[in-house]
Design a protein around this ligand. Sequence first.
Ligand code: GRF
Length: 221
Amino acid sequence: MAAANKARLVVLASGNGSNFQAIIDACESGRLDAEIVLLVVNRPGAYALERAASHGIPSRLIDHKAYADREAFDAAMAEAIDEARPDWVIMAGFMRILTDGFVDRFRGQLINIHPSLLPKYPGMNTHARALEAGDLKHGATVHFVTPTVDAGPPIVQGRLEILDNDDVESLKQRIHGVEHRIYPLAIDWLVKGKIDFDRAAAQKSPAVVDASGALIVPPSS
Ligand code: GRF
């Protein structure tokens, strides 16, 4: 049973769910005053389901392949999410493009994490693209979701320096470490009312956390 005073989170995932785990850990340790009331996954066998089970978190599998089109799938998702009465809906490696209708319905409540310093590298293969471009820095961005993929108002970015010997795998692993720090942090700011959609949309640039986890640019007030 969800505690009445805690922020209610619904998490959407498709696979491993290491970001989901980071949010679970932050909730369980009390660093985050929130409760995950539901995990929704769209792929049978997603490891995130096992993580939910071992932490007593309710989960639903809504397999997109069982639906005729995106609208029908998104309607089923929206119904499941509404039943859980979330304050925020957290996309944590959810690998489906959502319809504009779904995104608009959860506007201001729906956030995502993307493995690049947006607006650089929306879409796939971000680590390879950063390496190919010879970038000196790479990172991850937590942002509000809008109909244009990976383009919604950013909340916080985690940055690290690309090392001479980095390859796609090493970079991906180090970026995951960054993600696990900034996602619970961004949710904490939402829960505490330090940021919302309109403020995120109005700020010139997002808050920034460096590789050590230090906040080098605070959220704008
Ligand atoms: C992360 O890199 C996230 O930025 C992207 O999908 C990946 C999910 O990883 N959206 P995990 O399932 O949380 O381990």
